[in-house]
Ligand binder design. Structure first.
Ligand code: ACO
Length: 403
């Protein structure tokens, strides 16, 4: 009889690391994080410089290709993306199958997953050319799909992409404008959304990126892999946090009630957590949060919303938590999503859409990691082991009608 112990002896020794707190799953040259020092670099460049000096598409080029583009390379890249922003007409029929009140992330999982049913002319993952084509298609079409999710749930007509607009202007128009009005981009608001996308573009082996890599390790096509990332991102401990922050602030409602929620967060018997606080890797500060906080001030200033009660409540909550022993001891600081929800809310984007916008920014990180993995000659199918805790071998008891 083979018992559990002898099974382990046969398998050899392996580490048990739930949550992968100290296990590297791959080598990567895309993003570097020093969580203690609060450093985040994309391909060696500090996030602060990228967020202030580059556009989102420049950062996409950098993440995908390893270097910042020169002027001509950027123009060519932008042209290529712009040419692919439309989705196949039949894909629009997919939306009709969803309830109007479906969560946009549920629709995203369905529609982005369906892209491989439309663009299978370039799905040879061993071909660099096909992989680049899929990357361009995903970067170009995901914003169109996100905007369609919003319009569908609002019961409004879809807005078609406009080639003369920039990536972010085009997205804002598809999301927020109607066919009967002329869209006038506001540069401060466009820059704010561009920055949100840059700050969310990559974050090394976070849960959704690791999911994309694991899905891709079997040879699955890129659209299927990115969809796996979208599904993982949806959870409140990950990309769902920006939406959860806004709900939490609305639920708190008034600065006088902050104490109640701080105490709930500290109560071991209460599962409640302060949304937008804490990070697996950052144990000092999240550099993205600082940039997002500054963006908050810029956007609210531009819109004359400096006295917005939600923003004031967020600042007071932040102040109280940062002075609280529990949060200090556990090194829980505001993360990027504490502020991004406030910015998106001020831009007029409904909270249901926040995680889909996170997915739009992270798509480039997912594709870059997927591509890096596929190109690696040492790449193997991801196959973690487990510590089995179930019954040892036993016989099915004889029962009536079965011997
Ligand atoms: N509020 C209250 N307590 C918290 C919080 C929080 N937001 N986050 C962690 N803690 C406590 C935990 O209860 C735990 O306490 P214990 O040591 O007494 O058991 C301790 O801090 C460590 O928490 P873990 O869950 O073990 O930390 P982990 O690194 O696994 O989790 C995570 C990180 C998921 C981000 C967590 O801090 C959290 O749930 N935060 C709220 C959700 C959130 O904002 N997510 C966005 C992350 S950023 C992003 O995805 C872009």
């Amino acid at each position: 009889v083979l018992d559990v112990q002898s099974l382990y002896k046969q398998a050899g020794m392996f580490t048990y690391d739930p949550g992968f707190t100290s296990t590297a799953s791959c080598r990567s040259s895309i993003t570097y994080i020093d969580g203690e020092a609060g450093i985040l670099l994309y391909r060696g460049y500090p996030i602060e410089q990228l967020a202030m000096q580059c556009s989102f598409l420049e950062v996409c080029y950098l993440l995908l290709r390893g270097e910042l583009p020169n002027f001509d390379q950027l123009k060519e890249f932008e042209r290529n993306i712009t040419m692919h922003t439309m989705v196949h007409d039949q894909l629009t029929n997919f939306f009709k199958g969803f309830r109007r009140d479906a969560h946009p992330m549920a629709i995203m999982v369905g529609v982005v997953g369906a892209l491989s049913a439309f663009y299978h002319d370039a799905l040879d993952i061993r071909s660099k050319c096909d992989r680049e084509m899929s990357a361009i298609r995903l970067l170009a079409k995901v914003p169109t799909i996100v905007a369609m999710c919003h319009k569908y749930s609002a019961g409004s007509p879809f807005m078609y992409p406009q080639n003369k607009l920039s990536y972010v202007e085009n997205f804002m128009r598809m999301m927020l404008a109607t066919p009967c009005e002329e869209y006038e981009p506001n540069p401060v608001l466009v820059r704010a959304l561009d920055r949100i996308l840059i700050l969310h573009a990559d974050h090394e082996q976070n849960a959704s990126t690791s999911t994309v890599r694991l899905a891709g390790s079997s040879g699955a096509n890129p659209f299927a892999c990115i969809t796996a990332g979208i599904a993982c991102l949806w959870g409140a401990a990950h990309g769902g946090a920006n939406e959860a922050v806004l709900h939490m602030l609305e639920e708190i409602g008034d600065t006088s009630r902050i104490g109640i929620y701080i105490n709930k967060a500290k109560d071991k018997d209460d599962p409640f957590r302060l949304m937008g606080f804490g990070h697996r890797v950052y144990k000092n500060h999240d550099p993205r949060a600082k940039l997002m906080r500054e963006t908050c001030y810029e956007v609210l200033g531009e819109l004359g919303l400096q006295d917005d009660p939600l923003f004031k409540l967020a600042l007071e909550l932040e102040r109280i938590a940062l002075e609280d022993e529990y949060f200090i001891e556990k090194k829980l600081y505001p993360n990027v999503d504490f502020y991004s929800g406030i910015v998106l809310h001020a831009l007029g984007i409904p909270s249901k859409m926040f995680t889909a916008i996170f997915a739009m920014g992270r798509t480039v990180g997912w594709i870059s990691h997927w591509d890096e993995m596929i190109a690696d000659p040492e790449q193997k199918i991801g196959r973690p082991r487990q510590l089995y805790t179930g019954a040892t071998r036993r016989d099915v008891p004889a029962r009536h009608g079965r011997t």
